[in-house]
Design a binder for this molecule. Structure first.
Ligand code: NI
Length: 227
């Protein structure tokens, strides 16, 4: 399932992150690539151990922790510290698939990438191109969102970033391991959760059917979750 998570950061949050990362030293984006994606990638990134990237990443992780939509959609277990990239004119990232296992350099922190995220950090009218293209079960999506909004998609998806033809695209990107490994099971839980929430808004949370359905949600989560 693919999800747009709007307003992960408000304008002030985007400005805080941009002030930090814009003052940092950017390097060739292939620093984090595997062999296959290194052939396709042409952009700039902040080094993983950049102090500014770490501080900006914490702002994003805090914001994600306050997003009920993100939590319901991702059911996150472990989130890789957010990274940052920048595509200037003519830069792009060809079709690739993200590595299944991500290890944080110099630590024993590792995750299985179940979900990938791109959080847009530039005004979407300030650049042309730069859409992320995601191949899904029902076709291909081209996604470009306002600053502060995020796209969440299965890490198993083939994806690419179209060349930027004007301006500069700045974003944060990261991966996460979900408590629920299966995309289909996670999607079912998300739909059930949404259905319960909208029914409860009409009938009240103490309706016996809502209580029963909430039990079903938790019992499915109990069966499917690793934590
Ligand atoms: Ni990727």
């Amino acid at each position: 399932m693919m999800h747009v998570i709007p307003d992960v950061l408000d304008a002030a949050g985007v400005a805080r992150v941009r002030t930090l990362i814009d003052s940092a030293e950017w390097i060739d984006g292939n620093a984090t690539s595997g062999h296959q994606s290194a052939l396709a990638k042409n952009n700039r990134q902040l080094p993983e151990d950049s102090a500014q990237a770490c501080e900006a990443g914490s702002i994003i992780l805090d914001a994600l922790g306050r997003s009920p939509l993100f939590i319901a959609a991702a059911l996150p277990l472990k989130v890789f510290p957010p990274l940052f990239n920048s595509y200037g004119e003519g830069e792009s990232f060809g079709m690739h698939v993200d590595a299944a296992i991500r290890i944080q350099r110099g630590t024993d922190f590792r995750i299985r990438s179940d979900l990938s995220a791109t959080l847009f950090l530039e005004d979407h009218c300030a650049y042309d191109g730069g859409e992320i293209i995601i191949e899904g079960q029902f076709g291909t999506s081209a996604v470009k969102l306002p600053a502060g909004h995020m796209i969440l998609y299965p890490s198993s998806s083939l994806h690419s970033v179209r060349p930027v033809t004007r301006g500069r695209r700045v974003a944060s990107f990261f991966w996460m391991q979900s408590m629920v490994r299966s995309d289909a099971a996670r999607g079912t839980l998300f739909d059930l959760d949404n259905g319960i929430q909208s029914l409860a808004a009409r009938t009240g949370h103490d309706d016996p059917a809502i209580i029963q359905l909430t039990g079903v949600y938790h019992n499915l989560l109990r069966q499917w979750a690793d934590c």
